[in-house]
Design a protein. Structure first.
Length: 298
């Protein structure tokens, strides 16, 4: 708080604990505790109850998506977390984790009890800067002031988001599987389109030879093949977009929602077009080797 530009520094505790369901079984949860008296990390998209109820010890907030898993029906339900009593004081909508572990929000002291941490333990600090302060300058000031005390990471929201995305994509097996699947899809798609265009071109070699004998330019023939490639790209992308849109719709209320933003759809379309046009080059190479004289042999 003594660092220039810092307006608030709310302690945050994050850790895994065990939630007891009504049938007596335990399910893992991810506890997120913060100090709400100093602008802590409150749950958002609250649809039932109030996030202000979390200031009461033993009160938690959960997302509606995990009702069935946690055995909860509505606000006011009671349970136990790590053997300690807990009451649902707020219900959110849309707060889901990539690991599918339910997020459970509480005040910082309650979170320490649920996780089993010392009263002085803090995972992170949520820092808010003063109005008009430069975020990057404040970030560097925090690093320079705390680097001699402890090894810390000081990240802006964008940096934290990018670090999380990079971790899941490149630091885990899940990300490697996604990247490998995407690369394999491009390779297989390019091979299928190339084979289709090549087969179609081979079946009409004499028609292409006739066009060349009649004086058609190479550019005209190239355009015919490229148009075929673009048609394949548009039809294939349209079918994939329908399937993708259906997946987005049917997973909207599940624990692991699939999201396909408009920018990603555009990128996929451009990759599809580039893949099909590149595949059409194989057919073009076959056509340019045709001798128009073969028409006379028919």
């Amino acid at each position: 708080m003594e660092i220039d530009g810092v307006a608030e520094a709310a302690p945050v505790v994050v850790g895994i604990s065990a939630w007891m369901t009504p049938d007596g079984t335990m399910t893992p949860i991810l506890i997120v505790g913060s100090d709400y008296s100093v602008g802590g990390l409150s749950p958002w998209n609250v649809i039932e109850g109030s996030d202000q109820s979390l200031a009461t010890p033993g009160t938690v907030a959960i997302d509606r998506t995990y009702f069935d898993r946690l055995g909860i029906k509505d606000v006011g339900a009671s349970t136990q977390i790590r053997g300690l009593p807990a009451t649902v004081g707020a219900v959110t909508e849309g707060i889901r984790s990539f690991t599918t572990l339910p997020y459970v929000f509480s005040d910082v002291d309650t979170a320490r009890s649920y996780i089993g941490l010392p009263s002085s333990f803090v995972s992170d600090f949520l820092v808010r800067v003063k109005p008009g302060a430069d975020i990057e300058v404040v970030r560097r000031n925090i690093i320079s002031n705390l680097s001699n005390i402890a090894k810390v990471q000081v990240l802006t929201s964008d940096q934290f988001r990018e670090q999380s995305r990079s971790f899941w994509l490149f630091g885990t097996g899940a990300g490697a599987a996604l990247v490998a699947g995407a690369v394999l899809s491009i390779v297989v798609g390019a091979a299928i389109v190339a084979q289709t265009l090549y087969s179609s071109t081979k079946d009409h070699l004499y028609e292409f030879a006739t066009l060349r004998a009649l004086g058609a330019t190479n550019r005209y023939i190239y355009e015919v093949i490229i148009y075929q490639a673009l048609l394949s790209a548009i039809i294939g992308f349209a079918l994939a977009a329908v399937i993708g849109g259906s997946l987005v719709h049917f997973t909207a209320n599940t624990a692991l929602q699939i999201v396909i933003p408009a920018s990603l759809m555009l990128e996929i379309f451009l990759v599809t077009v580039a893949m099909c046009v590149a595949s059409g080059i194989i057919a073009i190479l076959r056509v340019i080797r045709i001798d128009p004289v073969v028409v006379l042999s028919q």
